[in-house]
Design a protein around this ligand. Structure first.
Ligand code: AMP
Length: 545
């Protein structure tokens, strides 16, 4: 028997319409590329999104057309999110840190009609000018006074809105219609597109709001450091207006000093970003011996958060919520907040849990499997490849049958490429990306574990562990270290001693090399691929001579 309830499609624009009515005072504060700070309320954002939708229509954008953005976190980018999806088109966010070749590939693959670009990134387009599709319209996200001189034909964002009506007859799009597109910045092969729908995006906003209430509640002031060009800023541009939290958009200034200052001035209560960013904030907090006054929570994900970093912030009274997810999952899959009964656990045990990737959010199911695809127990010991399914998980890649087939198993679960264990309470512990694990003499060594331990050494500013080919053991770990002081590097024997408290002797890194900085991928993660290329020929001590 069918229920007898109305069928209202879940639509992204409804989030902003709701915020504009129920949380009209919620605001978007943006550090602009023009250099100043801009403020607008959700009501104003809703009206300007309507004006923008009229402007887009004027440019010929229709149902299902892809409209791309190349932009920092800011109010115009926010308006684009809602106007593009709201009118039935697809918002394709492009990561400006991609290589020119990858960027051209995805613009072509997505068949973008219009590309909106922040002032900062106009030079990127100028460099690509000869290779851009001829019909692609370019709009600079600024006003007439700031329009750059350029050999390209550039339209002006504010002129597109000028004089347009501030209401729009938003179409009743099918909730399963595509709304957004984000390519994974895979380090090998071509990027692959995750094509989000209105339904998955709205449900994901609910899932995130329910999962991380300490960040997401009415009156909260959230600073998304995680960029809007990478997996929709982890859903914050949708979840924040939904609950009535304000968004403090940092624009291009993401260093520790700028973030600390912005947090102070704008009374930021929560901030979300990758570990590298929190290293910067941590340095600034240590330097000033101060804590941003209103800051209650940092959400950290994208790469493993080191224990040392978690304890630093927790000791300062800031709650650290470790989260895991993927572009293909919209992206949040798990988060490691402790439930109320866990508050009485010993401090060390609580931090142990906070160091895991946490428990699934509503709408995500997880399983770990062995090489044959057989399920492994969730006992905290068995380690296998992690598969997921859920309301906001991709069912395949956009126009890429081969990659889609490779990613999904026979039961329709998505293979994450991560290797993990899950304990009996449901806490996920990621061991590694399957390609980053080190296989030594048939046994696995987790590079993440070794990195975490090395990071606790006071002379190690940052580090990475990679596999080096070995004739006897197949692979052995090499520790690549950025020292705190170039003239006073850490001693490998000291690091070994610290590690031996946690791992077996055969798991210790065979050697250490020093470097000035670790190479980063387009999404700010350490690029192990680049490190493997750079140090692939490194001769380990037992093989030298
Ligand atoms: P992306 O699609 O670029 O967001 O990358 C997703 C991948 O980042 C995951 O499959 C993991 O390998 C890694 N990742 C994300 N969050 C975490 C985390 N909290 N700890 C360790 N790795 C993570």
């Amino acid at each position: 028997m069918q229920g007898m309830m109305m069928q209202m499609p879940l639509r992204i624009i409804e989030i902003l319409r709701y915020a504009s009515e129920v949380h009209p005072e919620g605001e978007i504060v943006s550090v602009r590329t023009e250099g100043d700070i801009h403020r607008e309320t959700y009501s104003e954002a809703y009206q300007r999104s309507a004006q923008l939708a009229h402007g887009l229509k004027g440019l010929g954008v229709g149902d299902g057309d892809r409209v791309a953005t190349l932009a920092w976190n800011g109010y115009r980018h926010f308006e684009l999110y809602y106007a593009i999806s709201g009118m039935g088109a697809v918002c394709h966010t492009i990561n400006p840190r991609l290589s020119a070749e990858q960027m051209l590939y995805i613009i072509g693959h997505a068949e973008d009609q219009v590309l909106f670009v922040d002032l900062t990134f106009v030079p990127i387009l100028e460099a690509l000018a000869d290779h851009l599709p001829s019909g692609l319209k370019l709009v600079v996200m600024t006003d007439r006074a700031h329009m750059p001189e350029s050999p390209l034909t550039l339209l002006c964002y504010e002129e597109l809105l000028d004089g347009q009506p501030d209401t729009y007859d938003w179409p009743l799009v099918d909730e399963n219609a595509a709304s957004g597109l984000c390519y994974t910045s895979g380090t090998t092969g071509h990027p692959k597109g995750a094509l989000y729908s209105h339904r998955s995006t709205v449900l994901h906003a609910f899932m995130v709001a329910i999962a991380v209430p300490k960040s997401l509640h009415e009156g909260a002031r959230i600073l998304p450091v995680v960029p809007m060009f990478h997996v929709n800023s982890w859903g914050l541009p949708y979840a924040a207006p939904l609950v009535g939290a304000s968004l403090i958009m940092p624009g291009p200034r993401l260093d520790g000093v700028s973030l600390f200052d912005l947090m102070e001035v704008e009374q930021v209560t929560a901030s979300w970003g990758v570990p590298t960013v929190w290293l910067g904030l941590r340095g600034e907090m240590a330097q000033r011996d101060a804590v941003p006054a209103q800051l209650e929570q940092l959400v950290v994900g994208g790469s493993a958060a080191a224990r040392d970093m978690i304890t630093f912030f927790e000791d300062k009274g800031i709650d650290v919520c470790h989260a895991w997810g993927m572009t293909e999952m919209s992206p949040i899959g798990t988060q490691a907040q402790l439930s109320r009964p866990m508050a009485d656990l010993p401090e060390k045990t609580k931090i142990d849990y906070k160091c895991t990737q946490g428990r699934r959010v509503f709408g995500v199911d997880m399983k770990i499997v062995d090489e044959t695809g057989a399920r492994l127990p969730h006992d905290g010991t068995a380690v296998g490849e992690l598969y997921v399914r859920g309301n906001a998980v991709i069912s395949g890649y956009f126009n890429n049958e081969e990659a889609s087939n490779a990613a999904m198993d026979a039961e329709g679960w998505f293979g994450t490429g991560d290797v993990a264990s899950i304990d009996d309470k449901g806490f996920l512990s990621l061991q590694d990306r399957s390609k980053d694990l080190i296989k030594s003499g048939g046994e696995w060594i987790s590079s993440i574990d070794l990195e975490n331990m090395a990071l606790a050494h006071p002379k190690v500013a940052n580090c990475a562990v990679i596999a080096i080919a070995h004739p006897k053991w197949d692979e052995r770990p090499l520790l690549v270290v950025v020292p705190v002081e170039v003239d006073d590097p850490p001693d490998l024997a000291d690091i070994h001693e610290m590690m031996l408290e946690h791992v077996a002797r055969w798991q210790l890194p065979d050697d250490m090399v020093l470097t000035d900085a670790l190479p980063l991928t387009a999404t700010g993660k350490v690029s192990k691929l680049t490190l493997r290329k750079t140090f692939g020929d490194h001769v380990l001590p037992d093989l030298a001579g």
